[in-house]
Design a binder for this molecule. Structure first.
Ligand SMILES: Cc1cc2nc3c(=O)[nH]c(=O)nc-3n(C[C@H](O)[C@H](O)[C@H](O)COP(=O)(O)O)c2cc1C
Length: 237
């Protein structure tokens, strides 16, 4: 190899070496930048979580108060005002039977007049709706007749299944006065199935589920009637 070729090769190798050094320098700079960005992201995440935590704490009390107000407003729709003089939200009994709501237990609101239980109300979950379970609040007098039913939550189709809501139609009022005594099991069905309750045009599944749910709620009351109308004193529950 000639001296010129050797010089040329040495020049090439030196260039290559310079290039490699530059790459390493760049990588080092990049690594430092990445570290900095990671710390920045972690700090931003921490600040955001702290802010969310504080906001949650700050709103928890008012959310619970609003939920209690909403529940009381619905309770007063299924329990006529003349039937009680107690605080419905404070006077409750927990029954270890959750067949109607899938929770394993049911909280029952007791309506008392001069200390005597005149009516009760409880939530239940009606299975088999078109879009899942339908949450109901049922009020019954001490003889097990329906005073009122209201839908608390549902995911049925607007314009079809949502006529179960009181503000959409009168249908939910058709349970008032019904009991297991005055309505036989065969009649606790929609008319299309041979029962007493209207279905909606093009929507039978939703009312069928609600009828079955209310009927099962009456079964729950019947099973626990003695305990509900003569509950033990609060301390003994
Ligand atoms: C998009 C869509 C939404 C529907 N939503 C409901 C509903 O919310 N509730 C209901 O009862 N039926 C709903 N239906 C109708 C039911 O599929 C069914 O046809 C109807 O309830 C009649 O039931 P039946 O055959 O048992 O009488 C819906 C149908 C469609 C296509």
């Amino acid at each position: 190899m000639s001296r010129v070729d050797l010089e040329h090769l040495r020049g090439l190798a030196a260039n290559r070496w310079q290039w490699l050094r530059r790459q390493f320098d760049d990588l080092e700079a990049l690594r430092q930048r990445l570290d900095y960005q990671t710390y920045l992201l972690a700090a931003a995440g921490l600040v955001a979580s702290l802010l969310l935590g504080f906001a949650d704490l700050a709103t928890q009390g008012s959310i619970e108060r609003r939920q209690a107000e909403d529940l009381l407003a619905t309770l007063t729709q299924v329990l006529p005002a003349g039937l009680y003089d107690n605080d419905l939200l404070q006077d409750t009994i927990t029954i270890q039977d959750g067949a109607e709501n899938g929770l394993g237990k049911t909280e029952v609101y007791l309506a008392r007049k001069e200390g005597e239980v005149s009516a009760v109300a409880f939530k239940l979950s009606a299975a088999g709706g078109y879009s899942g379970p339908i949450s109901l609040l049922v009020g019954l007098n001490r003889d097990g007749a329906v005073l009122g039913v209201r839908v608390l939550a549902h995911a049925e189709t607007p314009g079809l299944g949502d006529k179960i809501e009181r503000n959409k139609s009168d249908w939910i009022l058709s349970f008032e006065g019904r009991s297991l005594e005055n309505t036989t099991a065969e009649r606790w069905r929609v008319k299309k199935d041979g029962g007493d309750f209207d279905q909606f045009a093009g929507a039978t599944i939703t009312p069928r589920a609600v009828v079955r749910g209310v009927q099962s709620g009456l079964g729950f009351f019947q099973r626990h009637r003695a305990e509900l109308v003569s509950p033990p004193p609060k301390g003994a529950r």
